[in-house]
Write a protein that binds this ligand. Sequence first.
Ligand SMILES: [Mn+2]
Length: 358
Amino acid sequence: MSNNQLDQLRKRVDELNLELLSLINERALLVQEIGRAKETQGVYRYDPVRERHMLDLIKENNNGPFESSTIEHIFKQIFKAGLELQEDDHRKALLVSRKKKPENTIIDVKGVKIGDGSQQFVFGPCSVESYEQVATVAAAVKAKGFKLLRGGAYKPRTSPYDFQGLGLEGLKILKRVADEYDMAVISEIVTPNDIETAVDYLDVIQIGARNMQNFELLKAAGAVNKPILLKRGLSATIEEFINAAEYIMSQGNGQIILCERGIRTYEKATRNTLDISAVPILKQETHLPVMVDVTHSTGRRDLLLPTAKAAIAIGADGVMAEVHPDPAVALSDNAQQMDLKQFDEFVSSLRSSAFVQI
Ligand SMILES: [Mn+2]
């Protein structure tokens, strides 16, 4: 074969490559159109029966030289790429995604702006135990210049025999302290029915890790006009976390703060493993503010300061930590709450860090 003939054949291969490229993309456009039509009909996009039919038809018409198994493999890849393309489209469409809204969502909680590039802090006891207990912590937190106070009224606990929280009484205590100290209060709600009641008492409604995929609760939280702090589930992937936030936003409430609180891994040195890289990923993928709960992610008092620094350094919009007047007698989480002296040292150390602006 002359060089000229070889060049001719190569030229033909190049032409066929471009024809295949154009055909594959033409097919992708059709698949997308079908996907959109299916979406309006509410039909699931992946149709295994249809895929089997397509593969059979292709193999029946295969005259070689490729084996049918090879042809099947090649076309399966084309089918898969088409399906993934639709998933990408879907991701683009998520209301919480950065693709949908490039600018940061800023949540205003009684004048405290979360997500505007400032560093915010939430402190307070694990559980609301009494008015005096919450007021003591509130006074200490306020004295440091912070305005956001947390406290659990409904406590989803690992054991049914552990303290379950004061319930509505706890919400009333939080509201009273918030009014007296001009602070904003955050507390967890665990059932959809309590969401509407909570609106009257709280400034931010928290949905806890164990309820991150309680979809009825998420929908109820999406139906009120109140900021929601959504914690990552203990075994939730980032994608599942983002979809949980989407549940809230799809109901009309876009005031969502995401909170990384550690995930379950095989590591036992900490209560959970703080997934610190989740912070920049969530900031890239969504337009929502992201906080880090250093208390529950570590379960260790000695790690609160370094993890809080790490959270701020990596770009978190805020840090949450538990403070109790006397952790030794706390009704929950007594191993990791700071007492008032430790809280004092914690804040001083943070303030002496060059990159912390509080
Ligand atoms: Mn706690």
